[in-house]
Design a protein around this ligand. Sequence first.
Ligand code: ATP
Ligand code: MG
Length: 243
Amino acid sequence: MLRAAGISAGYGGRMIVEDVTIDVAAGEIVALLGHNGAGKSTLLRALFGLLKRTGALTLEGRSLDGLAPRLILAGGLAYVPQERSVFPKLTVAENLRMGAYALDDESVVERRIDAALETFPRLRERLRQLAGTLSGGEQRMLEVARTLLLDPRAIMLDEPSIGLAPKMADTLFATIRALAAQGRAVLLVEQSVKKALACADRAVVMEMGRIVLTDSARALAADDRVAKLYMGAAGRGAARPPA
Ligand SMILES: Nc1ncnc2c1ncn2[C@@H]1O[C@H](COP(=O)(O)OP(=O)(O)OP(=O)(O)O)[C@@H](O)[C@H]1O
Ligand SMILES: [Mg+2]
């Protein structure tokens, strides 16, 4: 459903991401793994139209090449950046409305906000709270909830669990699985390889801007190369799927 083919991108003429090809099917979660500085965030920024890139990006067969971010979003691809992106001086309710800016049917807006709050009940209790005063985890949830208002077909999440307590991270990963179960394609960048492989169906490993390994999450969780590079000896057994 989401297909990025031969993507290259960088900053000021310096190439960071080179010839990356990733496919994400409807209902599938693909984890994008790699060390700090591998180019994961750069790839997502480039796909969302925030950076110049080459290569081809299609969603359900329609090209998203050369479009500005707001048109990519309108085209069905949503993005939650690694850095915080709530409007801190606006309330939770106002932040959610910002996510629905492109909709003019008020009944649709209300239905979508209600559906998002159904997914994130914690936010419903805090609708009138200023977003800047939410906890880090609650802000993350608001960011994800906000991207759902345009009912995206595909979602790219850049380290959604960063700074979250384990319980809250688990809730978020369960939510991400639920979003995929609704038929959306999810591309997930996640620092915790263990968590990523537990959540995703498939994973790709990026090193120095290139994809060096791609396989099912289950196979990668049992792969010595991944264990050595990213989990340390102790992490391995824990990440292995139950027999
Ligand atoms: N705005 C920028 N201008 C110049 N170089 C940048 C810029 N942003 C990132 N880079 C460089 O691009 C490379 C890839 O960075 P990127 O943020 O994509 O990595 P990442 O895989 O997301 O890492 P992390 O896991 O730390 O988030 C790094 O060497 C970084 O210093
Ligand atoms: Mg990053």
